[in-house]
Design a protein around this ligand. Structure first.
Ligand code: ATP
Ligand code: MG
Length: 574
């Protein structure tokens, strides 16, 4: 057994899966977001791949394999060479030609189908690959959970019409449910945004985990569930403008924060204000893909909410978003920190987008563009008109569910799968048509579907461990039985090797710990490694017994050596 476990947690490990997969000798770091798979890790990865493969084959999808190293041209045709931004690994060959390491392969699949197929009779078709992807992630994180090199199953459906696409989407959704059930994950299916891929209908599969990077919400009283990035704020009815009092600028000394402002207003008048009556103007800068220049953007949210940067980024994709630096404020002296209002923004040509709750006729307390001054009763549609709305405000527990039923509760998850209906974006880029029955060309419509195969190894570990180590569900475990040789006697070693060979012959996947370590070290390592059944061959062998231990429950029993193989086979099949 090629295994060296570590007593210490790796210094950079923030989450249990990262800590345990490194300590238990499954993966090793080579560079930021780059890991090698050691024998145990590779076995788990291969098991998951096999489940994915079986379920994809079962819906009639056919496996192909593309290179990771790709010429730039197909990605230029779809503009993704630029749009993918700094996440794309770009490189040059010796002749100066531009290449990339594929982050996802829509272009190649579309071109391949175009190259092979021409008639409506050829469709529909679903193709997939299980392949290594490259993304220069800004924040590689948590070991293999967010790598810069990772394994993905990506598949693509090609249909003649929307009905066909709906069917291909449904097939994938069902296959994903079977995949994630089989690997033993707890997950939710949530509405999603479609991101850099473009397209419409889209859902994500999130493995529930407090350490996950995605936040999702669900309704307390309906089936509604969505990634917070995809939550669409219910828009209130517009209010009549006529009966609103005139806007008034007030001297509000030392009120640069919402809290100080609300306290001041409530201490100096009869009207009662809350943070929700104020409009907070947050400045960011954005840069379109391929552009050099950053542009200022103002985002207004009700003062009782923060701007959620991930929601903002999702709304502005594919543009990059950054916070302002001191130098940006210095270069734009009309930005009076703590007192920014719509007037100065719009007078100076800054794009001004507001939360969808900021509807016509609503009155707000907001900055008056000079220090220590705010304006009260600034009315939308009378005193200012925003350039549009944006989903950027945080979504909170207790918010009304967008489907009108119940309120929202929030939890965190790890994105393990994403399915979406691309439509014709890529078919248009490459003129992918089929000659129809009527002799006319028909544009193909596509779906794109991803599973994070390597990420799943970490997601399962994240959900399935205890204080002693990993606890693998049997379907993905690196072995069924971990045989521990607990003794130095030659007879013990021989007995263990014989049992391992017999188990192997009976179709049981065996891990034989034949290292020259002490029994104590081996027991601890067996717990750490997390194979579901542990077989200890030690002193008892002389009396004709061995010990079988269940890793999850910790239950142990002595069984006669003679019946041990049958006993283990029936345990495993149970
Ligand atoms: P994320 O939002 O986590 O960055 P994504 O939306 O960019 O993911 P997709 O393009 O939808 O990811 O890729 C399909 C699947 O590949 C994801 O659902 C995820 O499971 C997996 N995946 C994406 N990026 C990574 C990564 N850096 N490391 C490991 N797995 C990844
Ligand atoms: Mg995704």
């Amino acid at each position: 057994m090629f295994l060296r476990t570590l007593r210490e947690d790796p210094a950079d490990a923030e989450v249990p899966s990262h800590r345990l997969l490194v300590r238990a000798g499954y993966v090793r770091r080579i560079g930021p977001g780059i890991y090698s798979w050691l024998p145990l890790g590779l076995r788990v990865l291969r098991n998951i791949e096999e489940i994915v493969r079986q379920e994809m084959d079962a819906i009639g999808a056919q496996e192909i394999h593309f290179p990771a190293l790709l010429p730039k041209e197909p990605y230029e045709a779809t503009n993704r060479w630029t749009e993918y931004g700094p996440n794309l690994f770009r490189l040059k060959d010796r002749k100066g030609g531009d290449y990339l390491l594929g982050p996802t392969h829509e272009e190649l699949f579309t071109l391949t189908v175009k190259g092979e197929y021409s008639s409506y009779k050829d469709y529909p078709v679903i193709l997939y690959q299980i392949q290594t992807k490259y993304r220069d992630e800004e924040r590689p994180r948590a070991g293999i959970l967010r790598g810069r090199e990772f394994v993905m199953k990506d598949s693509y459906s090609f249909d003649l019409d929307d009905e066909g696409l709906t069917n291909s989407y449904r097939l994938h959704r069902d296959a994903y449910i079977r995949i994630f059930d089989r690997v033993g994950l707890r997950y939710v299916i949530v509405a999603a945004t479609s991101g850099a891929m473009g397209g419409s209908a889209s859902e994500e599969f999130l493995a529930e985990a407090p350490t996950g990077e995605d936040t999702f919400v669900r309704s307390t009283s309906s089936g509604f569930a969505a990634n917070v990035e995809a939550v669409v704020t219910p828009v209130p009815e517009p209010e009549p403008i006529e009966d609103k009092p005139a806007a008034q600028v007030h001297h509000t000394p030392d009120t640069p924060t919402i809290e100080t402002l609300v306290d001041f207003l409530n201490a100096h008048g009869d009207r009662k204000f809350t943070a929700a009556d104020t409009l907070k103007n947050v400045l960011v800068k954005t840069r379109q893909p391929g552009a050099r220049e950053w542009e200022l953007l103002a985002v207004a949210v009700p003062g009782d909410r923060e701007v959620d940067l991930k929601r903002l980024e999702a709304s502005l994709e594919p543009a990059e978003v950054a916070l302002l630096e001191e130098s940006d404020f210095a270069a734009n002296p009309f930005l009076v920190k703590g007192y920014i209002g719509p007037k100065a923004l719009q007078d100076n040509g800054i794009r001004y987008l507001v939360d969808p709750r900021v509807v016509t006729g609503t009155a707000w307390v907001t900055g008056a563009d000079k220090p220590d001054h705010h304006v009260v009763d600034l009315v939308v549609g009378r005193d200012f008109t925003p350039d549009g709305t944006i989903e950027a405000a945080e979504v909170r527990e207790g918010d009304p569910s967008p489907d009108g039923e119940g309120t929202l509760v929030a939890a965190r998850g790890i994105e393990i799968g994403h399915i979406f209906q691309l439509g014709r974006k890529y078919a248009d880029a490459f003129s992918l048509d089929a000659l129809g029955q009527d002799g006319k060309p028909k544009r193909i419509t596509m779906g794109s579907y991803g599973v994070g195969v390597s990420r799943m190894v970490a997601a399962i570990a994240e959900q399935s461990h205890d204080e002693l180590g990993l606890v693998w569900p049997r379907e993905v475990a690196p072995a069924d039985v971990h045989v521990v040789i607990a003794g130095k006697d030659e007879s013990v070693r021989e007995g263990a090797e014989r049992l391992a060979a017999d188990l192997d012959a009976a179709g049981v996947r065996v891990l034989l710990d034949d290292r020259n370590a002490s029994p104590g070290v081996k027991f601890a390592d067996a717990e750490l490694v997390g194979v579901p059944t542990i077989l200890v061959v030690g002193k008892g062998l002389a009396k004709g017994v061995v010990e079988v231990k269940d890793r999850r429950s910790g239950d142990r029993e002595e069984v006669p050596v003679d019946g041990a193989v049958e006993h283990l086979v029936s345990t495993i099949r149970a």
